[in-house]
Write a protein that binds this ligand. Sequence first.
Ligand SMILES: [Zn+2]
Length: 200
Amino acid sequence: MERLKTREERYRREARVHRCLTGEYRMPLAVNGMKQCCRCGETKPVSEYYKDKSISDGLQCHCKHCDAKKLKQWRAENPERVKEHLRKYYVENREDILEQKKQYRQEAIKTEPYVYIATDRSTGCFYIGETTTTIKERFRDHKRFSNTGLGKHISKHNLSLNDFEIEQHQCLSVEESTALERKLISENIDNPLCLNERRW
Ligand SMILES: [Zn+2]
């Protein structure tokens, strides 16, 4: 396929195709917020067109729907080039992509603050904590830091979240959950089954 140099040339070609289909040689421009698509021929609101400064009305001559359709078709016909393009994009933007993924994950696991009491079903040992993440994620943290009360207990007995009974107390703010956590810990710290360590 010939490689078309500029956008203008591409649009001229579009217009020629349009003439073949409709018998008219023209590139329809936007009128009163509406514009006719040079591919599907439908008249649609200008919001259905991407911007293009090289066209006098500032809009592409084909609608978003046709644009997406053509891109989809091109992707289906050129799987190797798509793969190569994605690979190149990944290599060039690796840092950004990883950072985005990390941020997305952190957003996805964010919760309102709450206090949790995790009780080991087999021994009755329990741990009191507070968090603004899901309990699953919080346990992952405890596993990572096996020097703290619950982490130590988990790694010593090779436990997972399923081995615990979880009781959650929803709070309206971090201040509230911190205060509740402190209160519960100081009430239970002398209980031999309590896995928390004295912090205050
Ligand atoms: Zn269209």
